[in-house]
Design a protein around this ligand. Structure first.
Ligand SMILES: [Zn+2]
Ligand SMILES: [Zn+2]
Length: 145
């Protein structure tokens, strides 16, 4: 059986990419870095193994930003339209892709990360990790809504 391939892109379309297969998980991230990066009160991300992600066109348009206080994250965005696209985590070989950039993938978040930094509360019954899911190296400590 062949794995499903979905297409994604930035707002202007200069950067086009494919993801092969389903994401490992989908999450909301409430950390300050993600919020400021996407310019929204929360970030919706789809976590993939980096090997599932392939840039088709526009690799030269992808600009990298690495925040000094968040060295495990390499944030890539389109230099033409500014769309946040990939938050790469080379240490664990995972890439968080902004959910809105993959239109064919229905966003079904399973948990909240970095809820300790939240500025907006969710009452959705999903687990709310103080930092990260233990499956990706977090403490696994949860918080109330
Ligand atoms: Zn663009
Ligand atoms: Zn974050």
């Amino acid at each position: 059986m062949r794995a499903i391939i979905r297409r994604g892109s930035c707002l202007c379309g200069a950067v086009q990419f494919h993801v092969t297969g389903d994401p490992i998980t989908m999450t909301y991230c409430h950390c300050e870095s993600c919020r400021r990066w996407v310019g929204a009160p929360v970030m919706g991300g789809c976590l993939f193994h980096s090997s599932q992600v392939q840039i088709v066109t526009g690799e030269d348009k992808l600009t990298l930003y690495k925040r000094s206080s968040d060295t495990g994250s390499l944030r890539r965005f389109c230099c033409d339209c500014g769309s946040a696209l990939f938050n790469e985590h080379p240490g664990i070989k995972l890439t968080d892709i902004m959910a809105v950039s993959i239109p064919d993938l229905e966003f079904k978040p399973r948990l909240h990360t970095n809820y300790a930094e939240k500025i907006v509360s969710f009452h959705d019954g999903l687990p709310k990790y103080k930092d990260f899911d233990p499956a990706v190296g977090g403490s696994g400590e949860t918080m109330p809504d």
